[in-house]
Design a protein around this ligand. Structure first.
Ligand SMILES: Cc1ncc(COP(=O)(O)O)c(C=O)c1O
Length: 539
């Protein structure tokens, strides 16, 4: 790392320097470098990112790891703030990933509007802790308000409902979480508890545990159903909640890559036949991680109602599409969900990390209420009483401010851009003889693969056994191509494994593209495809 302090002026940790660190910049030159970079970050974010972030030639991770093997914390200060900032800008940022590049179309992490950095900085400066009123005061009220705003956008209850609940200290319309993983976990936590409530001398599963619950309810097994495209966080929740991740049962998808309703109904009938098995939840996906596909939510809601199953919608990705007048119909049925996950750091374009979970029934979260003597006392209005997380930053302040700055129209413009560019990208892929579109974009995610012409011809005449072998060769080519393109450093698409044609019993590697950067144009996508065609020559 550059600019190590000179030996002649050792740095010391004494009360004088600590006081300086707490209340003001160390010295004028520290202040100067901080102001220089902060000015660029606050007022020229995108130029700053393009100039400083992810701009080095590819270094192997193994080589890079050599710089990060020292495990001793210095007793005395090693560097001044000024030098630490320089190190971050000169050593760390160039080797980080420029996720804001419009050529970075491979993951659900992308550019954020510049004002998000301002809001994040102010939120950090205020350093409110939403666990309790004593450390957040008005922020707790604002958080309840923004939760009610999004709840209203989803469930569209009448104004009396929101007047009753917006600042009601006894009810909870939703909570902020660290992301989609903990939002899904929270939803399944509530679903599990409502399946095993207290009765007679059984205190409820939350208090008495799984073992007693099984006895009290003559049950051997609890399951959760989701399409095989379900996010792996659901399996984690299965593990954590004692359900077992094997009991998060993947249901096959149909030719449209949505959950197969016939197979789902058959599976539920089978499970219902076994009186010692209970279904804790059925999950509909609104924007699958790999394909962007939305499950048939109205049909899933009807199945849940008929079978008395908790209906959870994982809209970590797709939730904000509700703001688009043009495309919100794609999420029809979401308002029937008992619980809904939405990520803020995805299509709400907020900085890492923030998510939310909503409940149709404002009393649903009573089943996960926790109190402590020093905080979240019985009868208090502290938001930490019903949240999985303890201490939490005021992400609600960022979302509320962003909604004021953008309006639903601003967000919908970005979302509609993503969907429409993805549809154009799909047409471009179909027009090129070297490419095969694998999943049509319903939202702004699509998958495709490159297929060399000779292999394409062979595939046309192949039987099912030969197709497995040919797909494996094509997978190798796509894996290599994706790696070479990533290492070249200009563009990035990701890759995953999917069934490439209906009826196949095997998967193949496909390229995955997520269009969420408003600066990504069809010209850029043409360039990405051209680059892939050129790379094919080396595969
Ligand atoms: C559909 C879906 N659900 C849940 C998650 C998990 O969200 P997070 O990474 O914010 O924990 C993701 C993340 O990509 C997702 O796509």
């Amino acid at each position: 790392m550059s600019d190590l302090p000179k030996k002649s002026s050792p740095l010391v940790a004494d009360w004088q320097t600590l006081e300086r660190v707490f209340i003001r910049p160390e010295d004028e030159s520290s202040k100067e470098s901080l102001v220089k970079y902060m000015e660029q970050i606050l007022f020229g974010l995108h130029e700053f990112l393009n100039k400083h972030v992810g701009v080095t030639e590819e270094i192997s991770l193994v080589k890079l790891a050599d710089n990060y093997k020292d495990t001793i914390i210095n007793r005395e200060p090693q560097k001044k703030l000024e030098h630490v900032i320089k190190d971050i800008i000169e050593e760390i940022a160039p080797r980080a990933v420029n996720v804001a590049s419009p050529y970075f179309v491979g993951h659900m992490t992308s550019a954020i509007p510049f004002f998000m950095v301002h809001l994040k900085a102010i939120t950090a400066a205020l350093n409110q802790n939403l666990i309790k009123l004593e450390t957040s005061k008005v922020l707790s009220l604002l958080e309840k308000q923004v939760l009610a705003k999004i709840h209203r956008q989803i469930y569209q209850n009448d104004k009396h409902f929101y007047e009753e609940h917006v600042q009601n200290t006894k009810t909870t319309l939703g909570v902020f979480t660290t992301g989609g993983t903990t939002a899904n976990l929270t939803a399944l936590w509530v679903a599990r508890n409502s399946l095993f409530p207290p009765k007679e001398d059984f205190g409820g599963i939350e208090h008495a545990g799984f073992f007693e619950a099984m006895g009290a309810y003559d049950t051997d097994r609890v399951v959760v159903l989701v399409s095989k495209r379900g996010h792996y966080s659901l399996k984690k929740a299965g593990g954590i909640l004692g359900i077992g991740n094997n009991n998060v049962i993947p249901i096959d998808v149909d030719d449209t890559r949505r959950i197969d309703l016939i197979k789902l109904k058959n599976r539920i009938a089978e499970l219902n036949n076994d009186k010692r098995t209970k279904i804790a939840a059925l999950i509909g996906i609104a924007g699958a991680t790999e394909t962007g596909i939305i499950d048939p939510l109205p049909e899933l809601a009807a199945i849940c109602q008929e079978n008395n199953i908790h209906f959870h919608v994982d809209a970590a990705w797709g939730g904000p599409v509700l703001m688009s007048e043009k495309y919100s119909h794609l999420l029809a049925g979401i308002e029937k969900a008992d619980s809904i996950t939405i990520d803020c750091h995805k299509q709400f374009y907020m900085p890492m990390t923030s998510g939310m979970v909503y409940f149709k029934d404002p009393t649903a979260m009573d089943q996960v209420a926790y109190h402590a003597q020093y905080v979240n006392r019985q009868g208090s209005v502290d938001l930490g009483i019903k949240s999985l997380e303890g201490s939490r930053e005021a992400n609600s302040l960022i979302l509320d401010s962003a909604l004021k700055i953008m309006g639903t129209r601003g967000y919908s413009l970005m979302i509609e851009h993503g969907i429409e560019i993805a549809k154009q990208f799909a047409s471009m892929i179909k027009e090129r003889p070297l490419f095969q579109l694998i999943s049509e974009p319903q939202l702004n995610i699509l998958t495709y693969r490159i297929v060399p012409l000779n292999l394409r011809q062979q595939l046309e005449n192949a039987d099912s056994i030969q197709r497995v072998e040919l797909d494996s060769q094509i997978s190798e080519i796509n894996t290599k191509l994706q790696r070479i393109q990533r290492e070249a450093g200009k563009s990035f698409v990701s890759r995953t494994r999917l069934r490439v044609r209906p009826g196949d019993s095997h998967n193949a590697i496909v390229l995955r593209s997520v269009i969420m950067n408003p600066l990504t144009t069809t010209e850029i996508l043409e360039e990405i495809l051209n680059e892939q065609e050129n790379i094919l020559l080396f595969c």
